[in-house]
Design a protein around this ligand. Structure first.
Ligand code: ADE
Length: 224
């Protein structure tokens, strides 16, 4: 899989995309991630990529030209399955969407910034608009990092124990059951007896039951 991320804050992307599972997935060749600085695509002598919004509201808007140039240059090289724009008014990001995107070959993520991007970019270049939640971030970089992380960790082979991505919360619309490790008793707090029983079926039934109970209590909307 190849992910091209277009941003005006390339330095913000480095930390989250060079650690842990993403780092290992990149090293294993499961995913190639390229960060593009939008300023490299402007013809403005001062490297400006934004301008004042038409109308009477304050705020800066990313201009069409650098974005069209950047995305067109990428599209000349290969076909893209999705061109994603991160925005608070996009479709709510879910595990289901992360799984779907993880099966794609080539993806572009355009990070929104300032007040937004010129609507003509959204109307003509973007195939999918994604929000990571009902709150407004300063820019789309962290949203792009979150989307990338959620996609990459479900690529087969990205996680050592393949089972563990499948048993994450949300994979079956249930919250994950609680987990424990040694010691089996700590400051008088005991691990549920069943987990020490060695009876796999009983443990799996218990986990399922607890997962269902937690989901019903904490996120009943997932069960609808
Ligand atoms: N950019 C600003 N806020 C955002 C959000 N909630 N989701 C995705 N991109 C954003």
């Amino acid at each position: 899989m190849r992910i091209d991320i277009i941003t005006v804050q390339p330095e913000m992307m480095n930390g989250p995309l060079t650690c842990s599972i993403i780092k290992r997935a990149r090293e294993k060749g499961l995913v190639d991630i390229f960060i593009h600085d939008l300023r490299d695509y402007t013809t403005d002598p001062h490297k400006r990529v934004d301008d004042y919004a038409f109308g009477f509201d304050a705020g800066m808007v990313l201009q069409c030209d650098p974005i069209f140039r950047c995305i067109e240059a990428l599209k000349m090289e290969r076909e893209y399955d999705e061109i994603i724009f991160t925005a608070p008014d996009g479709e709510q990001f879910t595990q289901h969407e992360a799984n779907r995107l993880s099966l794609m070959k080539n993806i572009i993520i355009l990070c929104g910034h300032y007040k937004g991007v010129d609507q003509r970019v959204r109307d003509t270049l973007i195939t999918k608009e994604i929000s990571i939640g009902d709150y407004v971030l300063t820019g789309g970089e962290m949203a792009a990092a979150i989307i990338t992380d959620a996609m990459v960790r479900v690529i087969p082979g990205a996680i050592g124990d393949e089972q563990s991505a499948l048993s994450d919360s949300f994979q079956d619309n249930l919250l994950a059951p609680p987990v424990y490790t040694r010691p089996s008793e700590y400051r008088g707090m005991k691990v549920p007896e069943i987990l020490l029983s060695g009876n796999e079926k009983a443990v799996r039934d218990w986990e399922q039951e607890v997962a269902f109970e937690r989901t019903e209590r904490l996120r009943p909307d997932l069960l609808q």
